[in-house]
Design a protein around this ligand. Sequence first.
Ligand code: SF4
Length: 587
Amino acid sequence: MSYQGKVLRVNLATGAHTIEPLHEKWARDYFGGKGLGIKYLYEELAPGVDPLSPENKLILMTGPFTGTVVPVSGKLGIITKSPATGTILDCSIGGHFAGELKFAGYDAVILEGKAPAPSFLYIEDGLVEVRDAADLWGQGAQDAELALRAKLSEEIKVLAIGPAGENLVTMSCITSELYRQAARGGVGAVMGSKNLKAVAVRGNGSVTVPDIHKFTALVKDFMRTDTLTDTNLWAFTDGTPMLVDLSQNTGILPTLNFQQGTFAAFENINSDSLKNVRAGKKGCLSCALGCGNYSKTGRASVEGPEYETLAIGGSNCGIEDLEAIIKFNDLCDNYGIDTISAGNVTAFAMELTEKGIKDFGLRFGDSEGYLHVPKLIAHKDGIGADLALGVKKLAQKYGGSEFAMHVKGLEFPGYEPRGSWGMGLAYATSDRGACHMRAWPVAEEAYGERDPFTIEGKAQLVMDLQHYNAVKFSLILCDFWALSLETMAQMLSAVLGREIREEDLSRAGERIVNLARQFNVREGFSKKEDNLPERIFKETLKTGATAGKLLPREEFERMLKEYYELRGWDENGSPSAQTLAKLGITG
Ligand code: SF4
């Protein structure tokens, strides 16, 4: 069996640690990553805990495929309660940290309490120490990682935060291998609130599977017939920047704080333009797709930018200069900030300024002012003290809530829901606020064959995609392999040595989504928060394929009602007792 059977629990306040057996029943029901992390947090965290208090927990979770040669299985799940939204929060981060943790002998690490002074956690097999990080505090996330590697070993794998996390900015991220991020919901601030600058791990063990010959034959076969196929190779050749052209053509490219769905200068920021500055490629552990594209210009080098940064940090801020976007991405990475939230709050401040509501000195297209933003946010300095609040709280302070593009306090990713109505439902019902990783119906609507301007069938589509992604992020398979549940079930059977059927996974996906919902319900969330900004319901887009389109509120409400009914949730959005019982969820 591919689990190590051990959970490392560290009390940062005392430096003490314990090693516990992995909860077998929970691992059977929730696998790893997202699902198992949520289960641990649901059982261990009292409702109402302040996310930035020592009582919150930060869980680093591997999965049953981590450390094996299953394709695209190298990511780590990070689970906590979000300081940005107050909801459950799970993120995944690429690179090699997860494999190293598993090789050190652990399936998960649960971080508790708050260190009395800036610290980092060092794990090397059985050695677990909370060490002084005074010299690292204040450094950029990338700088701190480089310093730790230089001090300890180039072999260690590191998670680190930048100044934004230290300063409890609720859009701060966790970084690994310089350019990989667990970006959303303020995970970096949770680390900062624990005085934890970094986690460094070195593992010298291995992972076993029941029948190595059968397993490797299966993986080889899937690699040839399912992974390295035309369907997935876009990840290698172009990566996510290819979505700029697709979004432009379908009118869903966020532009000027979601005032438009097309950007006149889109060709400056698309995949072809990026290929002109591409400097190299990189991938995560066990990944043959290797989607990481390095870009290098005179002013900056970065892995990416990914589509979300090009859209939200580019067209959405009216920035036409690709070099400026790369620099913005680079600054956000080192200060430890999520580019999606930073881009959104910048665009929102630009619109507040241009509408005369509050002058932040920022204007659409002004790349010079825009490049000051990451540092100001990270240090809560000048206008950064306001921008660090995020879009929701900034609107509460100065107005403009009707065009504050967030759900539950998490800012919008790069897909305009007026041109993909199912995406509106996906944002509204996502467990961590506006998110494209919980369900991405855009692929079938705006980019695919289904009518994007109807609600017919969308509740079912979003629900099915949420279940599928919940399984994928619990097995911790990268989003970029479009594999079936059947394929997942076959690989899981091979690493666990017992039969897992497609329907078992499907049911587990439903269980995970409902447990996440139950966590949020326990925190006081209900239908009221399953909502979208007024702009989506009231303002029509003006250009391109979505000209004249909005998402009528009554259509959205019908879609949401149908979604609740399909899920077995009451009219307030709470899972019914029967639904929870059917899925084996208690409490
Ligand atoms: S496709 Fe990209 S993000 Fe996904 S596992 Fe491979 S390198 Fe990592």
